[in-house]
Design a protein around this ligand. Structure first.
Ligand code: FMN
Length: 198
């Protein structure tokens, strides 16, 4: 493998898309799964997995419940860090930057692209808040199913967010821990590229 060729672009997003394509072919599931770190206004961090649904000019886009723990943290402190780890490729991508909400039309389109059961589940889930039992959840789903025989409306609190990349680090495992790391920092509309010690 030509290790330098792996990092051969001035734009880290170009490399990211290339790596994601390879991960899609080699990962057993969810190559788009990413650890999303948020923090409270007083800087206490928390982390969980989400699925990145698009990576485009708006940033790294994911969807969630705005009233969840992560949603509350993003409302108080609209910054996040992401970490992809593709075990099959032994590669890591870290992304950091401010977070913006996606337009409701995007949330509508993605919400309705999912299975009806997923839509019902998202519509009734008071994500991150206490739930008495699984039966209660299942009853809520049945009730929502009955009250919306046609389309399940997207709740206003089910939203899309984009992490706008200010920093991207691309990492490739090396023998004897001699990994390759490149940090890209947004500068004057372009990217400054810097190799880092492992
Ligand atoms: C692989 C994977 C993908 C997930 N994708 C999402 C997602 O896209 N959106 C989401 O709200 N939760 C997703 N979850 C669930 C979250 O990890 C988490 O449990 C939930 O969002 C509540 O997090 P919070 O309490 O920190 O807000 C995913 C979990 C896993 C393991």
């Amino acid at each position: 493998m030509d290790r330098n060729a792996l990092f051969d672009a001035t734009d880290p997003i170009v490399i990211f898309h290339r790596w994601m394509k390879e991960a899609a072919a080699s990962e057993p599931n969810d190559p788009n799964a990413v650890a999303l770190a948020t923090a409270t206004a007083d800087s206490r961090p928390s982390v969980r997995m989400v699925l990145v649904k698009q990576v485009d000019e708006r940033g790294f886009c994911f969807y969630t419940n705005a009233e969840s723990r992560k949603g509350a943290e993003l409302a108080a402190n609209p910054h996040a860090a992401l970490c992809f780890h593709w075990k099959s490729l032994r590669r890591q991508v870290r992304v950091e930057g401010p977070v913006v909400e996606l337009p409701p039309t995007d949330a509508d389109a993605y919400f309705h692209s999912r299975s009806r059961t997923s839509q019902l589940g998202s519509a009734v889930s008071q994500q991150s808040r206490p739930l008495e039992s699984r039966e209660v959840l299942e009853e809520m789903i049945d009730a929502c199913d009955r009250s919306h025989p046609e389309e399940v409306p997207r709740p206003s609190w089910w939203k899309g967010y984009a992490v706008q990349p200010e920093q991207v680090e691309l990492w490739v495992d090396g023998e004897h821990r001699l990994h390759d790391r490149f940090l890209f920092i947004r500068e004057n509309g372009g990217w400054k590229k810097q190799r880092l010690f492992p």
